[in-house]
Design a protein around this ligand. Structure first.
Ligand SMILES: [Zn+2]
Length: 83
């Protein structure tokens, strides 16, 4: 598991296109699992949540394996990319 904190790191993961991203959201109390390539895993949302708001409302985590992501975070699959 890798906590994604920097824009460059996020872009690298998107470019590589491998693995899964878990996005937590405190205001909505959600934890969502996405494939890295999902359109909801986007640089704009990442920048706002992590870089500008310093993870106040949630965080981004990268996992190589889906089963690790699910067992460690109890995330719900995204309905668009089916996690
Ligand atoms: Zn998704």
């Amino acid at each position: 598991m890798l906590r994604v904190l920097e824009k460059e790191n996020f872009e690298k993961l998107k470019d590589a296109g491998e693995g899964y991203i878990v996005i937590t959201d405190k205001p909505n109390n959600t934890t969502k699992l996405h494939q890295v390539g999902c359109r909801y895993v986007d640089i704009k949302s990442f920048t706002k949540k992590v870089v500008e708001n310093h993870e106040e409302n949630g965080s981004y985590y990268w996992f190589k394996d889906k089963k690790d992501a699910v067992s460690e975070t109890n995330a719900d699959e995204c309905l668009v990319c089916k996690g």
